[in-house]
Design a protein around this ligand. Sequence first.
Ligand SMILES: Nc1nc2c(ncn2[C@@H]2O[C@H](COP(=O)(O)OP(=O)(O)OP(=O)(O)O)[C@@H](O)[C@H]2O)c(=O)[nH]1
Ligand SMILES: [Mg+2]
Length: 355
Amino acid sequence: MAIQWFPGHMASARKKAAEAMAGVDVVIEVVDARLPEASTNPLVHELRKHRQRPCLKILNKADLADPAATRAWLDHYNRMDGVHAVALSCRKPGEAQRIPTLCQALAPHRDSLLKPLRMMIMGVPNVGKSTLLNALVKRRVAAVGDEPAITKALTTYDLPQKRTIVDTPGLLWPKIEHPGDGLMLAASHSIGRNAFSDIEVSCFLGDLLLARYAALLTARYGFPVEGLDAVGVIEAVARRRGFRLKGGDADFDKAAFVLLQDYRDGVLGRISLETPQTRAAMLEAAAAAVAAQAEARRVAAAEKAKEKAARAEALAAQANADAAADSSEASDAHVAPGFVIDGDDQIEGKRADDR
Ligand SMILES: Nc1nc2c(ncn2[C@@H]2O[C@H](COP(=O)(O)OP(=O)(O)OP(=O)(O)O)[C@@H](O)[C@H]2O)c(=O)[nH]1
Ligand SMILES: [Mg+2]
């Protein structure tokens, strides 16, 4: 089943962000550079479009992402109309300082003390929104931490030149359409831990790493990965690290969590969970699956209609046969008294007539 997480504080944050949008000139949408599309929230687009606000898209945590994939994503986004995308690492002091200038270029009319620039940071949980805010304010005014939903309320902060910036709680959306997106978000710690199983997400991550970053697994844990699947990788991590249960079996849960945490901390190396090519292939496969389901539904409905028609035809034929039988019985019944000489009645009758 697809992973979903839309706790109550997000529903109210969505409402408040929609209200705040009226007093904002530019939306800074922070996504995770390792999964830029899976961490793009359709609600942000919806709220922004409603007020026609421009968007600066920030692929944050670029220090953790595969540089080739990040370059491909920037090309992909910057070819789109009305989107300006940059990659950065908010952990590196100074990298964020160009953000207000980039936002200013998107709202050139808001460039004076009378009409100062107003920005709002939005994005899914744990992508580094508050870290970016702190870098811009140059003080640790907002709490940050490596878990989802650290920020719980919208807060406005002042910047030089009377500019303002709003930090918002991480927002997801009520239904994550593609199961892979939920798994990528969970692997990257953007989803509350009660909403998914570490083992399922770790197996997803293990398969992805085997397919695209197998050498990083060997480099980190020191075992060859040939012939292994995700479960084999997690078991091998447990063996290598000596994670054992009381009876001596491998502690699979612990090893699954360690694999996840190593990815989250970036100690496996620079990894991107999706590229524009893998995304396009995933969307194509999803569209083909939807089309196949629709076709299966159509065939099943046609089959059902055919069965219904056949049943109706059989019933009609039966009714005709019954009617025919009834009418022949009825005509037999008419004829019988006159013509069937059945024993004494007729003879009796004759006798009576004769009499
Ligand atoms: N490696 C790396 N870590 C980052 C970067 N930016 C933020 N982080 C870390 O990511 C974690 C989440 O950062 P926050 O700023 O709290 O994220 P947020 O988007 O405000 O999260 P919520 O308020 O929960 O929605 C923290 O541990 C940060 O130190 C970055 O560019 N690179
Ligand atoms: Mg925050």
